[in-house]
Design a binder for this molecule. Structure first.
Ligand SMILES: Nc1ncnc2c1ncn2[C@@H]1O[C@H](COP(=O)(O)OP(=O)(O)OP(=O)(O)O)[C@@H](O)[C@H]1O
Length: 219
């Protein structure tokens, strides 16, 4: 590690970040940071706000207060678009386009990692032979693998992964861990939500424990 690396700001830093719905607090205030080469495991039970936090960080929801910096600079929309790859519960593929067409379309929108092509990404995630399959014909696990191919192609350094292990078989879980390892080795970082029931990626990891803030009782 060089002196320049040591003084580099975190890839992502949040200070006093909080979010409420109809005045009911969902999370925060939270303070955390993630350096390049590091993963942050966001753990917590159902309804504790993990998905909401990732959506706020991705810019899909507006925080009620606090600050988010990316690479030491305030996270404005254009910086988020360049720096963040978000993998949520809904894959967002075009149902009537093939796996290959979906990836090519998304590469056109988001750019792609140098030296990576959709055809190779499909092979890496175990979808070799499914290039021409329509997205709507894929199983839940295959759709998740197609999302992983999209992630792999993204040039963004900061991965926000909401339950990346869901719907995957054991081999798929190991694939996610290998992808995270490789991404961190190449200078990226990842936030990974989990209920704690799955294997965590074997990488340098920080933990962020989310606690449910309102009881959600049904009157
Ligand atoms: N669109 C919405 N409208 C209203 N309330 C919502 C909405 N989405 C989530 N919530 C509420 O916000 C709280 C946090 O939800 P969130 O999905 O962030 O939790 P989570 O930790 O990701 O849960 P899980 O582990 O079950 O996926 C919950 O109480 C949930 O009911």
């Amino acid at each position: 590690m060089t002196a320049a690396d040591r003084s580099a700001p975190p890839l992502l830093a949040a200070r006093g970040l909080h979010f409420a719905r109809n005045d009911d607090p969902v999370f925060g205030p939270l303070d955390f940071s993630v350096d390049a080469g590091e993963a942050l495991l966001v753990q917590g039970g159902n309804g504790s706000g993990k998905t909401t936090l990732l959506r706020v960080l991705a810019g899909l929801l507006r925080a009620d207060g606090g600050e988010v910096d990316i690479d030491g600079q305030r996270a404005r929309a254009s910086r988020r678009a360049r720096a963040i790859a978000y993998m949520g519960h809904l894959p967002g593929f075009k149902a009537d386009l093939s796996a290959m067409e979906n990836l090519s379309f998304l590469c056109g929108l988001q750019g792609r990692r140098r030296n990576q092509l959709p055809i190779n990404a499909l092979a890496i995630v175990g979808l070799g032979g499914y290039e021409d399959a329509l997205a709507r014909q894929l199983s839940a696990g295959q759709k998740k693998r197609l999302s992983l191919a999209r992630l792999w192609l993204s040039p963004a350094p900061l991965w926000l992964l909401d339950e990346p292990y869901a719907n995957l078989d054991l081999e798929g879980i190991e694939l996610v861990n290998r992808m995270i390892q490789a991404h961190l080795r190449s200078g990226g970082a990842a936030l990974v939500t989990t209920h704690g029931a799955y294997a965590a990626p074997p990488v340098r990891t920080r933990m962020l424990e989310m606690v449910r803030q309102s009881n959600g009782a049904i009157a």
